[in-house]
Design a protein around this ligand. Structure first.
Ligand code: C2O
Ligand code: CU
Ligand code: CU
Length: 503
């Protein structure tokens, strides 16, 4: 009964929103684009009703548990082409390949400088960086540096198309603090598929301040990236995005960490730093340890928190990062420890080496010095962003993305207060992770209250539950046109994106 009622509600909602979409000046290109997607959607057995009804939760595919049979892939640190004093040169090549994700099967995948996913680009604060971006795919792409403070013309948004076979140099100076960032494509209509098929890499920014802190920083020994993504494979073990496409966000039943299926991570009895990235198209995760052991969060999207924050679970929505410290010297002998989701899905079992406990220093008490100053706190809201809708009918401030429309302007170096509101619909609404390009922001308040301690650091992506109203302090240090959007990649593709021009 409840289901039928929901279906009626949903159908009428569709009609209402379809009407309002018609009244907007949608151009014909967009119209045909959405027709195209509708077709793909109806063709899947995960049809319209499921997609919409689920509101991003009911329709989630159930995830497998990692059996732990494969040691986790640790992505290589990208070698520079050349280093001259403070100048460093890299090449990042988007390419197609085949990857043996499952033993005995070759999956067609995309990757940066490899067949699948990408390396870690390790940059030092203060460096002048040149990245030659090369498109070896047979479709257009862009190179977007998620979380990086870079001028708009190097940011790799949907305007910065690189055609197959072409290259472009991107130049910037690293002026932000140590942080774990990432990069991925951002072309109109193909971001979600290209990420799903494997285009995603990491950027580590390093600085002297961080290096002096007593936190694990030995890459691949006690400091590991964990790129968590849910994928689907067809019976031939291929990605088949169209088959599993869902307009409210495509999910999969197979968890990959750094591209490894059924991963395990071998660690020593010491403090280990895990740099978590939710690189999924839409799935949210609440991560915890199966034994409920506490861990310390030391960094958010934009770098170190002021102090390590003790937590027993952490939620990451698509695009968000968190660095956590798990102390394996505290684990009882013989105890099995895994990173799990709140539903109990095993993401990553740990294999703790039978070696002596390494005495490691306590984590530093103070790591950073970020605060909301009086000026920021008392400033009026100058930009309001209303996230609304679901599926094909998502909007920001009632509008769909238009490449030729600038939604806001802001002066470089000037702090403004943005208010983001997740307006619920008649079915309640869903979580939208709001992401801003080109700047790291500070969270002033969530529903009028101070943010939790682990959201008091710099962020570039923030989850809004339905009805949430979030105030953020935004300052762009570089000029250009930047995107802001929902990081559910299908919502972004469906037009839940706008542009701010900074000069
Ligand atoms: Cu991670 Cu506009 O994206
Ligand atoms: Cu971004
Ligand atoms: Cu969304």
């Amino acid at each position: 009964m409840k289901k039928i009622l929901m279906a009626i509600l949903f159908t009428s909602l569709l009609i209402v929103s379809a009407c309002s979409a018609d009244s907007e000046d949608n151009n014909s290109m967009k119209q045909s684009d959405s027709d195209m997607k509708m077709e793909g959607m109806n063709g899947s057995n995960n049809g319209m009703n499921m997609g919409g009804m689920g509101h991003g939760t009911e329709n989630l595919k159930e995830l497998n548990n990692s059996t732990g049979e494969n040691e986790l892939n640790v992505p290589p640190i990208l070698n520079s082409n050349k280093k001259e004093g403070n100048n460093v040169y890299y090449t990042v090549d988007a390419q197609k390949g085949k990857t043996e994700i499952f033993k005995g099967f070759e999956t067609n995948t995309l990757g940066y400088n490899s067949s699948f996913l990408g390396p870690v680009i390790e940059l030092e604060k203060g460096q002048n960086v040149q990245i030659k971006t090369k498109n070896s795919l047979d479709e257009v792409t862009t190179f977007h540096w998620h979380g990086l403070e870079i001028a708009g013309n190097g940011d790799g948004g949907p305007h910065s198309i690189i055609k197959p076979g072409e290259s472009k140099n991107v130049n910037f100076k690293v002026e932000q603090d140590a942080a774990t960032l990432w990069f991925h494509p951002h072309p109109m209509e193909a971001t979600a598929t290209q990420v799903f098929d494997g285009l995603a890499g990491l950027i580590y920014i390093k600085d002297d301040k961080e290096k002096q802190l007593a936190i694990p920083q030995d890459y691949g020994k006690n400091d590991f990236p964990l790129v968590v993504q849910d994928k689907s494979f067809d019976k031939n073990k291929q990605f088949n995005y169209d088959e599993v496409f869902n307009p409210d966000g495509t999910t999969g039943d197979t968890l990959l960490v750094n591209g490894t299926v059924n991963p395990r991570l071998t660690v020593e009895k010491e403090k280990v730093r895990l740099r978590l990235l939710n690189g999924s198209n839409m799935r949210n995760y609440v991560f915890k340890l199966n034994n409920n052991q506490a861990f310390q969060q030391i960094a958010s999207d934009g770098g170190l928190l002021n102090e390590p924050e003790e937590l027993t679970e952490i939620r990451l929505t698509p695009g968000e990062r968190a660095e956590i410290i798990v102390d394996f010297s505290k684990v009882n002998d013989g105890e099995e420890v895994s990173l799990v989701t709140e539903e109990g899905t095993v993401v990553l079992p740990f294999k703790i080496k039978d070696t002596v406990t390494k005495e490691s220093e306590n984590l530093p008490e103070k790591m950073n010095n970020i605060s909301i100053n009086e000026e920021e706190r008392s400033k009026e809201v100058t930009k309001k962003i209303e996230l609304f809708g679901m599926g094909e009918h998502v909007t920001i401030n009632g509008k769909k993305f238009d490449m030729n429309r600038i939604d806001f302007t802001q002066n470089k170096g000037e702090t403004e207060v943005w208010e983001i509101y997740n307006k619920p619909d008649m079915m309640g609404g869903m979580i939208h992770p709001f992401h801003l390009h080109g700047a790291q922001f500070k969270v002033i308040s969530i529903n009028g209250k101070e943010p939790p301690a682990n959201e008091k650091g710099y962020k570039d992506t923030i989850a809004l539950d339905p009805k949430d109203k979030v105030k953020i302090a935004v300052k762009f240090n570089k000029p250009g046109t930047y995107m802001f959007h929902c990081h559910i990649l299908e919502h972004e593709e469906n037009g839940m994106m706008g542009q701010v021009k900074v000069q």
